[in-house]
Design a protein around this ligand. Structure first.
Ligand SMILES: [Zn+2]
Length: 127
């Protein structure tokens, strides 16, 4: 099996959904692949950090427009109204989790890119 896609590793790190056959296959690969196991471990740490983050962990409170932008991007709708007033701490936790997920996804993609580039350099395909 090829390495597990970064997006799938993010899903596994979130472990929100019920396990599918694809998840089981990915987990079998991860058991034997150091690269995927390290990537999943890093993502799991990020998700855990995001879920346990507190408001005091932020240097400043993000402005409302940041929440609105993230909400709009995640929902895919151009003018999605804000969710009905959650408690401020819940909203901030969700924001922190989303920021951490965006960072995790970015790190996973960058990590995969650098690794694949190193393999191409090693094979002499790219200098
Ligand atoms: Zn792998």
């Amino acid at each position: 099996m090829a390495h597990v896609e970064s997006a799938h590793l993010v899903e596994l790190a979130l472990s929100n959904a019920t396990t599918t056959d694809a998840d089981a296959e990915a987990l079998r690969h991860i058991e034997t692949c150091t690269r995927c196991r390290d990537e999943l471990r890093s993502l799991t740490r990020l998700v855990t950090a995001a879920r346990t983050a507190q408001l005091v962990d932020l240097p400043t409170t993000p402005p409302d427009r940041v929440w609105q932008r993230i909400s709009r991007d995640v929902s895919g709708a151009p003018d999605t109204p804000r969710p009905p007033a959650p408690a401020p701490d819940t909203r901030r936790r969700v924001l922190l989790a989303l920021l951490a997920l965006a960072a995790a996804a970015g790190i996973a993609v960058a990590h995969r890119y650098l690794h694949e580039r190193a393999e191409l350099v090693q094979r002499g395909v790219v200098r």
